[in-house]
Design a protein around this ligand. Structure first.
Ligand code: ATP
Ligand code: MG
Length: 336
């Protein structure tokens, strides 16, 4: 498309045959005195081997809650109300606490929102990575362990001197790359990165983005990349899933999503990307996201949709394939 200031990832070569994560009809609600907040309401998607799936949508639409459910880290008053999560053949929802301790880091790891602030300020970088490895694999020979940690640091583009440094001696981008090194330390099947670049300046964002791409390409680790930055998604993601108010409204290979967005919400998101080629007024959407405790009957986007029809107010549309690998939940593309 012409009005974007970024290039779109062209490595969309992933085969859908290798599904590493399957999320089916996931519902996660938070109990409040005024009723349940339906933060994630019947969400289904797959993640393929070696791909980056971008998860986008406005603040409060349920991205982090989806991630926390996949890690089984939803805290009260939140709870998984319904649905299945399969990672590499493991039924995640039924894992015991003891099994979960192994599952996290070994099968799946998280780079949380604001990850760089999660480093322990009184431990050297090497000690923090060592703890992750030894917690899961037991005590390791010192020399081999040091080599392994240095290799991890080099993989994320950090020099050997970082090994002995404390977090306060590192820049934001370096700390974020230490978090990525920890996330890959046990070679998990899937990494969930929750807004990994949002607190960084644009140059450092690019470095961190390139680090994530390198990890994906060299180690073949699959990723869910959560964020608001559509430019970053265009550069890094193989496919993009769009959430609105707890629902998945569209999912497509990155090129298709940017070139032919189908859902009216996705179209608005993409039209809102600033352009350096043409000056255009910012297109605004009337209205607010409705209260997640009282979702409307019918389509979740009806109150803000410029194309709303009578049937949108009666039944919610389900995700339908509009072209290969491109699915959208909208009656505009469904036969009556
Ligand atoms: N502890 C809680 N109690 C009640 N509601 C909650 C709680 N935590 C989250 N929510 C609600 O769940 C919804 C989804 O929140 P979530 O943090 O998953 O959104 P998000 O898409 O990650 O947003 P952001 O882009 O701002 O990080 C929001 O409406 C939020 O207010
Ligand atoms: Mg979030």
């Amino acid at each position: 498309m012409t009005n974007t200031v970024f290039s779109i990832s062209s490595q969309n070569t992933v085969s859908p045959n290798d599904i590493v994560l399957r999320v089916e009809h996931l519902k996660v609600y938070y109990a409040t005195p005024l009723g349940d907040v339906r933060a994630v309401d019947d969400v289904s998607f797959d993640v393929y081997q070696g791909e980056i799936l971008g998860l986008v949508g406005e603040s409060g639409c349920g991205k982090t809650t989806t991630a926390m459910a996949i890690l089984r880290l939803v805290q009260p008053p939140g709870r998984i109300v319904d649905g299945h999560i399969w990672l590499d053949g493991t039924d995640v929802v039924s894992l015991s606490e003891r099994e979960l301790r192994r599952f996290r880091w070994e099968k799946i790891s998280l780079i949380p929102q604001g990850a760089m602030n999660s480093l322990n300020p009184v431990l050297r970088v090497s000690e923090q990575i060592r703890d992750v490895i030894e917690d899961h694999e037991g005590r390791q020979p010192r020399k081999a362990l040091k080599e392994r940690i240095l290799e991890l640091l080099h993989m994320v583009g950090l020099p050997s001197r970082v090994y002995d440094m404390y977090p306060h001696e590192l820049s934001g981008g370096m700390k974020q790359r230490v978090c990525i090194a920890m996330a890959i330390a046990l070679n998990p099947t899937l990494i969930i990165a929750d807004e990994p670049t949002s607190a960084l300046d644009v140059v450092v964002q690019r470095v961190v983005g390139e680090t994530l791409l390198r990890v994906k390409e060299q180690l073949g680790i699959s990723m869910i990349l959560i964020g608001h930055d559509m430019g970053l998604m265009a550069q890094l993601a193989d496919r993009v899933a769009v959430m609105y108010a707890g629902h998945l409204v569209e999912i497509a290979p990155v090129r298709q999503l940017f070139k032919t967005p189908q859902h009216p919400y996705t179209q608005l998101l993409i039209e809102a990307i600033p352009s350096i080629k043409e000056r255009k007024p910012l297109k605004l959407t009337e209205g607010l996201t409705h209260d997640l405790r009282n979702p409307p009957q019918g389509c979740i986007f009806q109150s803000r949709c410029p194309h709303v029809m009578e049937r949108c107010r009666i039944h919610p549309p389900s995700l339908q394939e509009v072209s290969p690998k491109h699915r959208v939940a909208c009656y505009l593309y469904e036969e009556c």
